[in-house]
Design a protein around this ligand. Sequence first.
Ligand SMILES: *Cc1c(COP(=O)(O)O)cnc(C)c1O
Length: 494
Amino acid sequence: MSSESDSIRRELSKLEATARLLDPGPAQRTAWLNGLRAFTEAFLEGLNDTPGFKGDDGLDGFSGTHFEETPADIEALLPLFEREVLEKGANTASGRYVAYIPGSGVYPSALGDFLADVCNRYAGVSLAGPGATRMEQSLIRWMCRLVGYPESANGDLASGGSIATLSAMVAARDAKDVTPGRIGNACVYLTRQAHHCVRKALHIAGLSEAKARYLPMDERYRMDPAALERAMAEDREKGLQPFLVIASAGSTDTGTIDPIDDIARIAQQYEAWLHVDAAYGGFFLLCEETRPALAAMRRADSIVLDPHKGLFLPFGSGAVLLRDGTDLLRSFSYTADYLQDASAHIGHGAQYSPADYSPELSRPFRGLRMWLPLKLFGLAPFRAALQEKLLLARYFRQEIARLDRWEVGPEPDLSVVTYRYIPRRGDADDFNRRLNQALLDDGRIFISSTQIDGVFTLRLAVLNFRTHRDIIDELLELLPRMAEKLERENEKTP
Ligand SMILES: *Cc1c(COP(=O)(O)O)cnc(C)c1O
């Protein structure tokens, strides 16, 4: 008996000696931190001199990765990371990234993640992390006030806009009682400008069979409210259920805002759920200039905002807000026997627990990456940066339109500009496609393209906090030079 215990003790001390390697002491921690600090400092200091985009060399330095039983040195790993990750694709930390909807990554967020991860406080349920969940609730409250929601509102810090949208769609489905037998009768109203994550979320929520009504838009690609009203009336006439309206507060393609006030009135009249996708545009509420156009968002039943876009956080932060927070509880508040100690902390009337408001249980403590930058910087630089982005987009649009043979698309409400070059001869779509490719190959500034009514169009999206006038001026110089180069090549080909 006692010899058996002795052998267990011997085995345990052997295992412990190796297992304790997972908990290195101060010397090792400091060495790693110093390695990372030197690396990230060099990265940030060199950022404006590195291209906005680099093609993929197709080499996969991670294929055949196998993990040794023994430790590696951080000095050997950082060059691998640099070569295999940083040297390829979009440089999303850079102000030279003005494609799609740019990300950025304010530095204090990285510190917030570091702090959250080292302390690893549990932010799923308030019993375990009363302070962590209160911090998250304070951020949700701040965003609810920003959008003008009443006290009844609540929400969740999710990993991004797509997951936040999924939560909103599930809540809408349950609130409007779209049970499986009724899905075929339920109608969803949107435009071709709606972000594809909405259709994806509807699919995941089991709502693929709902009838999608794509509505006509005005000349600036905003939803036509009269068409919405007609479509809803027709559907109700047919005995269908006008269930859900999707409006954009900042469309990805054209940076425009749907007429949310009119849309909200009609949705309410037909008792349909109104969801406003403000993933890109929501934080422009911080700017005096754009607040009026966004103010009607407060009438939506659900809103999605992406702090990893308009608040310049690194990827990994979206937010869903519901005008009536109990609509999220209805869909997501569950309990289990093994959570009985926490059950007083779950559900209606309890202290806020993110697990009640989202599909997740265990999750990263997402509050700190948002709270720390808001505190360390204060709001003023965020407002100024957003206002600067609006003005940079306007400046670019005005300057490019002045140049010979360049034309601009519809006037945006926010910081996306569509434009294209009309070549002296040949097909304009083809020319702009080649121009876009030439800019990608050059890589200095990363722009992107889209199709507007089937027309190949170049796009500028200013949302990285590191994009300032120097980069826009550089682009204004680069674009005509590239176009001229392609024109000359055009002339040479018969
Ligand atoms: C980016 C974006 C989304 C999707 O959000 P993710 O955070 O990328 O998942 C949805 N709608 C709009 C308008 C967006 O710009």
